[in-house]
Design a protein around this ligand. Structure first.
Ligand code: SAM
Length: 242
């Protein structure tokens, strides 16, 4: 997918869906659309009976998101032989002043990935169902602190239930090889002849019909030296009953 602004990374998007408790048929709000990365996850999660409203303030980002969404639907249709439901509506406007678009919708959950999310919460929360979840994707922990302080000072009707990050560690698991490309082999331990009596040693591998080379090569298994680094914090807010 061609990107403009940084996407919500898949490891985080998947966790956000769980935090939001998105169900098939849900009506979900997302902002900003950015490159449309999160929009695709939401589109799949709500399915044919659901809908996603994706709001983006910048026209260039809006254009990228719409294009990526269209490309994804086209590729889905060519791979699966059927249309993916057109369930995402993109709007090019500022979420802070988008009440005319939000009015009357009633969202089951909300996903926010934008700077200064505390500025948009007063416009968003009235349209979230009581008990519904708003998950915010926030890069700096100082922004999380600002958000919580703003919720407290403005007495916004929501409760912060959780703040997490999603670490994923890649590993290298591979047979060990010599410089010439040959594999190392595991050397059998040297055992005293007296211990080789059949009654005293049971060598299960002799009975297994798996071929002589099975488990004869040592592996290395360690965290990959090049790791994806930190991405963002995921903040879960629940709207309180008014
Ligand atoms: C990091 S990008 C979002 C990426 C997106 N989640 C994805 O997966 O592709 C943040 C976007 O929020 C938009 N944005 C910032 N403030 C906004 C606002 N008040 N209303 C709507 N969009 C806003 C920015 O223009 C930017 O495109």
């Amino acid at each position: 997918m061609k990107r403009g602004p940084a996407i919500t990374y898949p490891k985080d998007a998947a966790t956000m869906l769980m935090m939001m408790d998105v169900m098939e048929g849900d009506c979900v709000l997302e902002s900003g659309s950015g490159s449309g990365g999160m929009s695709l996850f939401l589109s799949r999660a709500v399915g044919a009976k659901g809908s996603v409203l994706s709001v983006e303030v910048r026209e260039d980002h809006y254009t990228i998101a719409v294009k990526n969404y269209r490309t994804w639907r086209t590729s889905w249709a060519s791979r699966r032989g059927q249309e993916w439901p057109d369930n995402v509506q993109f709007e090019n406007t500022d979420l802070c002043t988008a009440s005319s678009i939000l009015t009357g919708q009633g969202f089951h959950s909300v996903a926010l990935n934008l700077n200064s999310p505390h500025l948009v919460l007063p416009s968003v929360l009235p349209h979230l169902h009581p008990g519904g979840i708003c998950v915010l994707y926030i890069v700096n922990i100082t922004q999380v602190v600002d958000l919580l302080e703003d919720i407290r000072c403005s007495a916004l009707p929501c409760l912060c239930e959780r703040i997490i990050e999603v670490p994923v560690r890649d590993w290298v698991v591979t047979p060990t090889q010599k410089r010439n490309g040959e594999y190392f082999t595991i050397k059998a331990p040297h055992l005293d002849e007296s211990l080789r009596q059949k009654d005293e040693i049971s060598d299960e591998s002799e009975d297994d019909d798996v071929g002589p080379s099975f488990r004869s090569i040592p592996y290395i298994a360690r965290p990959h030296p090049e790791q994806h680094s930190y991405t963002a914090f995921l903040v879960k807010l629940r709207k309180l009953e008014s």
